[in-house]
Design a protein around this ligand. Structure first.
Ligand code: FAD
Length: 360
């Protein structure tokens, strides 16, 4: 059964395949699962990062293979890894996710110990800065600005966003407004409706005192540290060549209601790399995984396949460890509930439980 390219629903799918007693292989180019949801806390709070990486091998043993998938040979039903190793599959779940800038994402292939160290080193840059500019006011940028201001209230934090509305456009307007209010309450300065000019020429993630930054609206400011929270891109490298006929414009795989990649009955796409019209979230990724695994089990036993239906948006934003905003199934939640349910621990318990390991 399936060669699988992982993460959030990689582990969810693997655990479910295990419970269905289906033989599986979990493939990831890295040696540990990254609990991405907590990456921003790991960027500000010393000692936290070690809780955000969970080694695969301890959970999955020989069912885990570390390697970069270079291509999928659909005729030979084989996944080809860098270096030439081939893994055969009867069913395949693709979940290669998205890449984006550090610290929101950690995309380097490194041991998880060095990944943890990268976050600890980054915290030193944050600590050395008196002022920080966060670029991008989507959900990641909003959470990043809130995390810094919560952990280091004396630092000047500016959030710049090209649009007027903050956070994910699919959130209720009242939730987006509340995110803005929390940032202002915490003392984050907002520069909305403008973009940093020549962002690619500026050094990111390294403290350089009094760096001058200009915006396309003629505004100029100085800052010590620039953190970029824009530009998430679907990771299509593993499959783009083999599935060129079923790629959406952003590189995601077009899927049907059963999450089968268009034209393939035994290949599924889940998580951020599946072209489903909904916010790209771990929450949805786990729901996709359940559907894909049920459908593998159903197809093996000759049962009818189940369909995936997008529900109303559920999204919780941790605004630092002491505040949060969000909605559940389309309904706005009180801030205290989001804080209790998400912001304090960032759902780390869930991933450690899923991986059947003890949190350090
Ligand atoms: C800062 C931040 C905070 C977030 N907070 C939340 C939140 O609070 N709640 C929520 O629901 N969602 C949140 N998200 C979104 C969530 O992290 C993603 O939706 C989720 O991680 C998607 O899971 P995935 O497995 O599809 O992709 P990813 O998590 O991107 O994982 C993809 C995996 O595939 C591996 N891979 C990629 N290409 C290859 C290859 N060629 N060969 C081998 N392995 C490969 C990678 O190493 C990686 O482990 C957040 C995202 C960010 C960036």
């Amino acid at each position: 059964m399936g060669g699988q390219v992982s993460s959030v629903e990689g582990i969810a799918a693997a655990q479910q395949l295990k419970s269905h007693r289906l033989d599986f292989t979990l493939i990831d180019m890295r040696d540990a699962f990254h609990h991405n949801v907590a990456a921003l806390r790991a960027s500000v709070q010393p000692g936290f990062a070690q809780r955000t990486f969970i080694p695969y091998a301890e959970t999955f043993g020989d069912s885990f293979v570390q390697g970069r998938v270079e291509r999928v040979d659909t005729d030979r039903q084989t996944v080809v890894l860098e270096g030439g190793r081939e893994i055969r599959f009867s069913h395949l779940i693709l979940s290669t996710g998205t890449d984006g800038p550090f610290p929101g994402k950690f995309n380097t292939v490194a041991t998880y110990q060095s990944a943890v160290q990268a976050y600890e080193d980054f915290i030193k840059q944050v600590q050395a800065a008196d002022s920080v500019l966060v670029v991008g006011g989507g959900s990641t940028g909003v959470e990043m600005a809130a995390e810094i201001k919560t952990e280091y209230p004396d630092k000047k934090v500016v959030l710049i966003h090209s649009k007027i509305g903050l956070a994910d456009p699919e959130l209720l307007p009242s939730v987006r407004q509340q995110a803005k209010e929390v940032l202002l309450e915490k003392g984050v300065e907002l520069l909305l409706g403008q973009k940093v000019s020549h962002l690619s020429e500026l050094q990111l993630n390294v403290t350089q005192k009094n760096t001058v930054v200009n915006t396309d609206k003629g505004h100029s400011l100085t800052t010590d540290l620039i953190i970029c929270c824009t530009g998430l891109k679907v990771n299509a490298a593993a499959y783009a060549a083999s599935f060129s006929g079923c790629l959406a414009d952003n590189g995601a795989l077009k899927v049907n209601d059963h999450l089968q990649v268009e034209g393939f009955s035994n290949i599924f796409a889940v998580g951020d790399c599946a072209n489903v019209k909904e916010p790209k979230m771990a929450y949805h990724a786990a729901l996709h995984a359940a559907v894909a695994v049920s459908n593998i089990a159903n197809s093996v036993s000759g049962k009818e396949l189940t369909s995936y239906h997008t529900g109303n948006v559920t999204m919780l934003l941790a605004m630092g460890r002491d505040d949060g905003v969000g909605q559940f199934n389309g309904l706005k939640l009180p801030r205290c509930l989001v804080t209790l349910g998400k912001s304090r621990d960032l759902l780390l318990w869930k991933s450690w439980r899923e991986m059947e390991q003890k949190q350090p």
